[in-house]
Write a protein that binds this ligand. Structure first.
Ligand code: ZN
Length: 171
Protein backbone atom coordinates (compact mmCIF):
# COMPACT_ATOMS: atom_id res chain seq x y z
CA UNK A 1 0.00 0.00 0.00
CA UNK A 2 1.30 3.40 -0.97
CA UNK A 3 1.78 5.75 1.94
CA UNK A 4 2.87 9.23 1.02
CA UNK A 5 5.68 10.58 3.14
CA UNK A 6 4.59 13.57 5.15
CA UNK A 7 6.64 16.14 6.92
CA UNK A 8 5.50 17.62 10.19
CA UNK A 9 6.56 21.25 10.25
CA UNK A 10 6.94 22.90 13.64
CA UNK A 11 3.91 24.79 14.85
CA UNK A 12 1.31 22.93 12.83
CA UNK A 13 -1.05 20.25 14.02
CA UNK A 14 -0.65 16.55 13.53
CA UNK A 15 -2.02 15.00 10.37
CA UNK A 16 -5.56 13.99 11.22
CA UNK A 17 -5.93 16.53 14.03
CA UNK A 18 -9.12 18.54 14.34
CA UNK A 19 -9.06 21.61 12.09
CA UNK A 20 -9.56 24.95 13.81
CA UNK A 21 -9.45 27.18 10.73
CA UNK A 22 -10.41 27.36 7.07
CA UNK A 23 -8.80 29.46 4.39
CA UNK A 24 -10.91 32.24 2.92
CA UNK A 25 -10.11 30.90 -0.51
CA UNK A 26 -11.45 27.42 0.27
CA UNK A 27 -14.59 28.80 1.94
CA UNK A 28 -15.28 31.14 -0.96
CA UNK A 29 -14.92 28.39 -3.53
CA UNK A 30 -17.32 26.15 -1.56
CA UNK A 31 -19.86 29.00 -1.37
CA UNK A 32 -19.46 29.61 -5.12
CA UNK A 33 -19.99 25.91 -5.88
CA UNK A 34 -23.09 25.90 -3.68
CA UNK A 35 -24.52 28.92 -5.50
CA UNK A 36 -23.86 27.44 -8.93
CA UNK A 37 -25.46 24.11 -7.94
CA UNK A 38 -28.83 25.76 -7.22
CA UNK A 39 -31.57 24.60 -7.12
CA UNK A 40 -29.77 21.41 -6.08
CA UNK A 41 -27.64 20.71 -3.06
CA UNK A 42 -23.91 20.74 -3.39
CA UNK A 43 -21.62 18.35 -1.54
CA UNK A 44 -17.86 18.09 -1.22
CA UNK A 45 -15.02 16.91 0.98
CA UNK A 46 -12.70 19.14 2.98
CA UNK A 47 -8.96 18.61 3.20
CA UNK A 48 -6.76 20.17 5.86
CA UNK A 49 -3.23 20.72 4.62
CA UNK A 50 -1.28 21.92 6.57
CA UNK A 51 -2.98 19.97 9.39
CA UNK A 52 -5.34 22.14 11.40
CA UNK A 53 -6.35 24.39 8.52
CA UNK A 54 -9.00 23.38 6.00
CA UNK A 55 -7.51 24.52 2.73
CA UNK A 56 -8.89 22.40 -0.05
CA UNK A 57 -12.25 21.38 -1.44
CA UNK A 58 -12.47 17.95 -3.07
CA UNK A 59 -15.27 16.98 -5.36
CA UNK A 60 -15.80 13.25 -5.09
CA UNK A 61 -16.54 11.25 -8.22
CA UNK A 62 -20.07 9.90 -8.12
CA UNK A 63 -21.46 12.48 -5.73
CA UNK A 64 -25.04 13.05 -6.78
CA UNK A 65 -27.05 15.99 -5.67
CA UNK A 66 -30.77 16.46 -5.42
CA UNK A 67 -33.15 19.09 -4.13
CA UNK A 68 -33.02 17.72 -0.63
CA UNK A 69 -29.94 15.57 -0.45
CA UNK A 70 -26.31 15.41 -1.43
CA UNK A 71 -25.18 11.80 -1.44
CA UNK A 72 -21.56 11.23 -0.61
CA UNK A 73 -19.76 8.25 -2.06
CA UNK A 74 -17.41 7.94 0.87
CA UNK A 75 -15.76 4.84 -0.57
CA UNK A 76 -14.39 7.17 -3.24
CA UNK A 77 -12.38 9.06 -0.62
CA UNK A 78 -8.65 9.15 -1.17
CA UNK A 79 -6.63 7.27 1.45
CA UNK A 80 -5.45 10.44 3.04
CA UNK A 81 -5.57 11.44 6.69
CA UNK A 82 -5.63 15.11 5.76
CA UNK A 83 -9.29 14.66 4.77
CA UNK A 84 -11.09 16.52 7.52
CA UNK A 85 -14.82 16.31 6.91
CA UNK A 86 -17.63 17.31 4.62
CA UNK A 87 -19.30 20.40 3.25
CA UNK A 88 -22.78 20.59 1.78
CA UNK A 89 -25.33 23.21 0.97
CA UNK A 90 -28.92 23.82 1.99
CA UNK A 91 -30.80 25.60 -0.79
CA UNK A 92 -33.55 26.24 1.80
CA UNK A 93 -31.18 28.57 3.65
CA UNK A 94 -31.33 26.54 6.88
CA UNK A 95 -27.96 26.46 8.61
CA UNK A 96 -28.69 23.66 11.09
CA UNK A 97 -28.02 20.01 10.29
CA UNK A 98 -30.90 17.69 9.49
CA UNK A 99 -31.19 14.31 11.21
CA UNK A 100 -29.66 12.68 8.14
CA UNK A 101 -26.81 15.19 8.29
CA UNK A 102 -26.01 14.33 11.91
CA UNK A 103 -26.04 10.63 10.99
CA UNK A 104 -23.47 11.38 8.28
CA UNK A 105 -21.40 13.54 10.63
CA UNK A 106 -21.33 10.76 13.25
CA UNK A 107 -20.14 8.22 10.73
CA UNK A 108 -17.05 10.02 9.67
CA UNK A 109 -15.09 13.29 9.77
CA UNK A 110 -14.14 15.86 12.39
CA UNK A 111 -15.56 19.06 10.96
CA UNK A 112 -18.55 19.59 8.72
CA UNK A 113 -19.75 22.76 7.08
CA UNK A 114 -23.31 23.59 6.14
CA UNK A 115 -23.75 26.41 3.66
CA UNK A 116 -27.13 28.11 3.47
CA UNK A 117 -28.67 30.16 0.72
CA UNK A 118 -27.85 32.92 -0.32
CA UNK A 119 -24.27 31.59 0.12
CA UNK A 120 -22.80 34.93 1.06
CA UNK A 121 -19.93 35.58 3.46
CA UNK A 122 -21.71 34.69 6.68
CA UNK A 123 -24.18 32.08 5.45
CA UNK A 124 -22.45 29.00 6.81
CA UNK A 125 -21.91 27.12 10.07
CA UNK A 126 -19.41 24.51 11.22
CA UNK A 127 -20.28 21.37 13.22
CA UNK A 128 -18.39 18.61 14.96
CA UNK A 129 -18.95 14.89 14.55
CA UNK A 130 -21.98 15.01 16.86
CA UNK A 131 -23.70 17.83 15.04
CA UNK A 132 -22.80 20.45 17.65
CA UNK A 133 -21.98 23.88 16.32
CA UNK A 134 -18.29 24.80 16.57
CA UNK A 135 -16.25 27.88 15.75
CA UNK A 136 -13.82 27.81 12.84
CA UNK A 137 -11.61 30.79 12.10
CA UNK A 138 -11.47 32.11 8.56
CA UNK A 139 -7.94 33.03 7.59
CA UNK A 140 -6.61 34.92 4.61
CA UNK A 141 -7.67 37.89 2.57
CA UNK A 142 -11.09 38.18 0.94
CA UNK A 143 -11.15 37.03 -2.65
CA UNK A 144 -11.13 40.08 -4.96
CA UNK A 145 -14.44 40.57 -6.71
CA UNK A 146 -12.54 41.18 -9.95
CA UNK A 147 -9.80 38.57 -10.05
CA UNK A 148 -8.28 40.18 -13.17
CA UNK A 149 -7.90 43.60 -11.51
CA UNK A 150 -4.32 44.69 -11.20
CA UNK A 151 -2.91 42.25 -13.70
CA UNK A 152 -0.77 43.73 -16.48
CA UNK A 153 -2.44 44.00 -19.85
CA UNK A 154 -1.10 41.55 -22.38
CA UNK A 155 -0.13 43.10 -25.70
CA UNK A 156 0.92 40.72 -28.43
CA UNK A 157 4.19 41.67 -30.10
CA UNK A 158 4.24 42.65 -33.74
CA UNK A 159 4.98 39.68 -35.95
CA UNK A 160 8.11 40.03 -38.02
CA UNK A 161 7.39 38.64 -41.44
CA UNK A 162 10.11 36.66 -43.12
CA UNK A 163 11.39 37.47 -46.61
CA UNK A 164 9.61 34.40 -48.07
CA UNK A 165 6.14 35.82 -47.37
CA UNK A 166 4.39 37.43 -50.34
CA UNK A 167 4.66 41.21 -50.29
CA UNK A 168 1.15 42.57 -50.83
CA UNK A 169 2.32 46.18 -51.04
CA UNK A 170 3.69 45.54 -54.58
CA UNK A 171 0.21 45.39 -56.14
ZN1 ZN B 1 -28.06 18.88 5.12
Amino acid sequence: MFRPHRKHPEGTGRVGSTPTAITRRCLDSALACAASSLPNEFGGILRADPPGTISELLLLPGTTSGHRHANFQLQMLPVDLSVAGTVHSHPSGALHPSEADVTLFRRWGRRHLILGRPFTEGSWRAYDGNGREVTIAVIGLPTPTRPDAGLPTYRPRAVHRGPTLPDRDDE
